[in-house]
Design a protein around this ligand. Structure first.
Ligand code: ADQ
Length: 460
């Protein structure tokens, strides 16, 4: 196969040197192979503008499609982030279905497919990312595109029962069956996806493990995403004054780094830290939680609510426990430079990842990569983060259990050196085994070689 790689994702890098795990991996893959990256224009909700705009080019081309303000509301904030995101994260109570959301979602996907179809040549392969584009392959097939198309879902696969919340529940299987390869973060997600097909009378299981759906076949596999561990470790090891990081080295530092999202379990984390502070009251031993959580999707009500709730909990706990020279919870609403983040991770005795649901969670891997292997800190990791499937030597917790999480903080901070080294060595092995460059390469090579599908047009 000699064609180019075509990548589609909602976010598209705008600068010359992109940052962030996924963006860097895809950038590397495209730099190696040459090709095309298509995504939404970074100016959200621009007025009507048809066609694709070139935003930057080098070893490969980057093209952006535009969303009108109405499309941004109904497609991005609406169907993608008020229906699919909560659905996939087990929060059907937060699913907000409005007339027009699904229609706009389908219309945007159909338009992107039309724009993309002109760019796809003989032998090209197409790699579509995430829940913003579930129906994209199906729309491309309608236009007669027979190229191999793969899909990777970065977030958890929804539980079977939750799919009934969708306006048209049968669509999910239909959308996915138009891909040749569906990649998921974990074995558990793969099992959930296969369970969906198993429950669908239109699907049939083939002897090679692929799923035949009408006249097409789709392979479903897990590809656990990772990070560029070497470069993160290098950034973490850069020496510099602790004062520059705003850290008092006489305290035990516990760190949390997340987008401000209800799936990350932040209120439970703060409550667990509060319990831990209660248990230490009067002992004179101080520990601080540094929580970095920049707000996202603030026009969605559930995101505004979580922000208010956290501010209230942090304010109350600081009111109860702070002293003149000590604030136990420092809660920062900004993004932090990657290099600074890496150095902060290295100095923290423990990291709290308490997601209630999470596709993988790259912060868990970044924290492990940043540690000094001779004197490592301890990762406290939710059982519900995809990362927990392989990082079994982290301190695994049920984030709904505030007592257990609070006890894990004490265990982490007081853990003997030998045990910390043993647990860290195991986790670091996982981080290296799932590095992000291999992740991209293995997805693309699997897409090139997985079971061939039948000609889609024959299925019409
Ligand atoms: P996210 O939900 O965004 O990703 P995560 O995997 O933790 O979650 O990745 C976040 C990235 O942003 C990390 O690299 C982190 O360092 C960075 N980041 C977070 N807060 C930051 C801050 N305040 N300042 C600077 N950087 C910050 C989705 C899924 C995950 C899946 C990833 C990749 O929800 O489950 O692991 O995609 O597939």
């Amino acid at each position: 196969m000699t064609g180019k790689l075509v990548v589609v994702s909602n976010r598209i890098p705008t600068g010359a040197t992109p940052s962030g795990g996924l963006v860097v991996a895809v950038h590397d893959a495209l730099t190696r192979s040459g090709g095309l990256w298509v995504g939404a224009h970074p100016d959200e909700g621009t007025p009507d503008q048809d066609g694709l705009t070139e935003i930057a080019s080098g070893d490969y081309t980057r093209l952006a499609f535009h969303l009108t303000p109405e499309e941004y509301d109904s497609y991005y904030l609406g169907f993608a982030n008020s229906v699919l995101w909560p659905l996939c994260h087990g929060r059907v109570d937060l699913v907000d279905i409005e007339r027009g959301f699904e229609e706009t979602y389908l219309a945007v996907n159909a338009r992107v497919a039309r724009l993309l179809a002109d760019q796809i040549g003989e032998g090209d392969i197409v790699w579509v990312h995430d829940y913003h584009f579930l129906p994209l392959a199906s729309e491309l097939r309608k236009l007669g595109i027979t190229a191999r198309i793969g899909f990777f879902l970065h977030i958890p696969f929804p539980p079977l029962g939750a799919l009934s919340t969708l306006p048209s529940p049968d669509d999910f299987a239909e959308w996915l069956s138009a891909y040749d390869l569906v990649g998921l973060q974990t074995r558990r997600d793969t099992a959930s996806c296969l369970e969906m097909f198993r429950a669908d009378p239109r699907a049939e299981f083939m002897t090679d493990g692929s799923v035949k759906f009408r006249d097409r076949s789709v392979s479903v596999r897990s590809f656990p995403i990772g990070i560029d561990a070497e470069s993160f470790a290098e950034a973490a090891a850069v020496e510099g004054p602790d004062a520059e990081l705003g850290i008092d080295m006489h305290e035990d530092l516990v760190i949390g780094v997340d987008r401000l999202d209800y799936s990350k379990g932040l209120p439970n984390r703060f409550r667990a830290f509060g319990k831990f502070l209660d248990s230490r009251a009067g002992t004179g031993r101080r520990a601080s939680l540094l929580q970095i959580a920049p707000p996202t999707r603030e026009r969605v009500a559930a995101y505004r609510a979580i922000r208010t709730e956290l501010e209230e909990i942090a304010g109350r706990l600081n009111g109860e426990h702070a002293e003149l020279d000590w604030t136990p919870i420092r809660y920062i609403h900004r993004g932090v430079e990657r290099d600074t983040l890496a150095r902060l991770h290295r100095r923290a005795r423990a990291c709290l990842v308490t997601s209630l649901a999470d596709g993988m969670n790259l912060v868990a891997k970044e924290y492990v990569a940043a540690q000094d292997p001779e004197d490592p800190g301890v990762l406290i990791l939710s059982r519900f983060a995809g990362a927990a499937e392989d990082m079994t030597e982290a301190l695994l917790v049920n984030p709904y259990d505030i007592d257990e999480t609070s006890e894990a903080i004490e265990t982490a901070i007081t853990m003997p050196l030998e045990e910390r080294r043993r647990r860290h060595a195991h986790s670091l092995g996982v981080v290296h085994a799932t590095n992000v460059t291999d992740w991209a390469q293995s997805f693309v090579s699997c897409l090139k070689t997985c079971t061939p599908t039948l000609d889609y047009r024959r299925a019409q």
